[in-house]
Structures are given as C-alpha cells and as structure tokens.
Design a protein around this ligand. Sequence first.
Ligand SMILES: CC(C)(COP(=O)(O)OP(=O)(O)OC[C@H]1O[C@@H](n2cnc3c(N)ncnc32)[C@H](O)[C@@H]1OP(=O)(O)O)[C@@H](O)C(=O)NCCC(=O)NCCS
Length: 267
Amino acid sequence: MSTPRFLNAAPEHFEVWARLFRELGVDDPLPTAVAWLNTQGPDTFFAELDGEIVGYGYGQVLGASGYVRNVVVAPTARGRGLGRAIVLELGRRMAAAGCTSWQLNVKVDNEPALELYRSVGMRGDYRTWVVRIALDTPLALAPSPSAVAAHEPPAELDEQLEREFEVAPGLLARHRTRPGARVLAFEFEGRPTALAPFDPHFPGCFPFRLRDARAALGVLERLLELVPPGRPHLQLVIERDEAAARALLAAGARAVFEIQHMHGPLK
Ligand SMILES: CC(C)(COP(=O)(O)OP(=O)(O)OC[C@H]1O[C@@H](n2cnc3c(N)ncnc32)[C@H](O)[C@@H]1OP(=O)(O)O)[C@@H](O)C(=O)NCCC(=O)NCCS
C-alpha cells in the first residue's frame, strides 16, 4: 500500500463522509453538513490514497483517554493496511494531545474491527446495548413505587455527575456542544438514579445510566416527552449494565445492536 495522506475535515468532505459513514451499518439519521462539521469536523480526518478519499477516522480527546468514535475504510480499499493506519493515526493524535489510554465501542459481531483493535493492543472490558423504545408501544413496566424527580443540572455539575455515574471525564461537556442537547439527571428514593444526556438528533441518550430498574418507568416517561414530533422512537445506549438492558428489553424495548467496549494503553 502506498502511504495514505491524512486530511483535516473540510466542508467539501461531507458527501464522502456520508457515504463512508453508512459502512458502519447504523441507521442513525445523518446530520446536516454544517452540524457535522461543527460537532465532528474538529475530531475527524480523512485518508487519501492515490488521490482518492477512501477512509476516515473520528476520535475525541476526553481528558487522559482518547475515544475512538469511527474508523471506516471504503470496501474497495480494505485488507491493505489502511484501517490499521487510520487507527494508529488516531492513537498518535490522541497521545500528542496527552492521552495515556484509548477506548471505543464496536459491534460484537464485527470480527474485522475486533481483530484490528486487538492488533493495536486493545482488550474488551464491558458490553453495551443499544435499544429503542417505540413511542406507539407502551412499555410493560411496573409504575415506579415512589416519585422519580427529574432535573437538568448546570454544566458546573458535569464533573460530579461523571464521577457519580462513571462516565468518561469531559463527555458531558462535549455532549452539551451538540445542537439542542440537554443533560437530565434523576433521583429516586433520595439517591441519584439515572443520567440521561439527551440529543434530539437521534433522538436519544448516550450514554444512558439507570441504577435502579424500579425507577425505569418514571425516567422513561420523562425522556419520551423529549422526543421531537414525528420521530418514532427513543434510542438509549446502555453501557455495562446488562440488568438495565435486559429489564428494558423484557418490557418491550427493541435491541438495535450489542456492542463491545474495548480499551488499551497509549504510548
Ligand atoms: C474494520 C475496517 C476499518 C478494517 O479496515 P481494513 O483497511 O480492511 O483493515 P486492515 O487492512 O488495516 O487490517 C488490519 C487488521 O484488521 C484485521 N482485519 C481486517 N479485515 C479483517 C477480516 N476480514 N477478518 C478478520 N480480521 C480482519 C486484521 O487483524 C488485520 O491485520 P492483518 O492484516 O495483519 O491480519 C473495515 O473493514 C471497515 O471499514 N469496516 C466497516 C466499518 C467498520 O465496521 N468500522 C469499525 C467500526 S468500530
């Protein structure tokens, strides 16, 4: 393989990005070109090979940890080392920005990607479930036994919430830069019980934390109210917490996919 050239994201890359993004096999709606450039552009680069853009990498620096969000190689350019070159370039940029570790999410059945990430020293730790709750299908959940209080904490409390709910430092601040994004926190029986960074674009929450399944109905009723008119579902990304995921699936949520979280050291 000739050496790829890495190009910073620019407005003219939107169409090629949209085409490559579809290779991830997720049916999330595409952002507008402007929203894409503002939210992902600064953390995205493209790989050009022989004058053609054939892949991209998107990764965020979250404190001391780098979060690899997307690695995509065009089908015609696969199997020649470009995927690894993009991953290593992401790692190089993250290490240069001070990261000492990196992490990512990958679908559990995406063998090429799992192999690729293992080959650069990452190991799996926990699983994540992406589920959707249809607005027209009531969930078979028991009413929460006491009131669930929802509030929208100010950005000054982000660090505290990230510690409390074991969310990567800096993730909430990043979340707040997305158009229309909100951060909801819930208390139940006097304790912090759920964290829901909501983005109307999906519409849904990444990540969604629910510590006590007894509060599920109260939490979800509030979140369902935030779904913009005309959108059919609420999407929740439930990291680590198999019990919460199984409770929602048993109550009628639909599994979109199951993903593996991986992490490793960065030198
Ligand atoms: C995953 C992906 C980025 C790999 O890109 P690629 O350019 O084909 O990868 P490379 O040629 O650099 O291969 C690097 C390593 O990945 C692994 N790999 C790549 N293709 C593989 C396959 N079909 N089966 C198993 N392992 C594979 C191998 O470990 C390989 O190392 P090796 O060649 O030394 O054996 C590419 O398949 C892709 O874009 N897939 C669709 C999007 C996607 O799923 N991205 C990851 C989401 S988290």
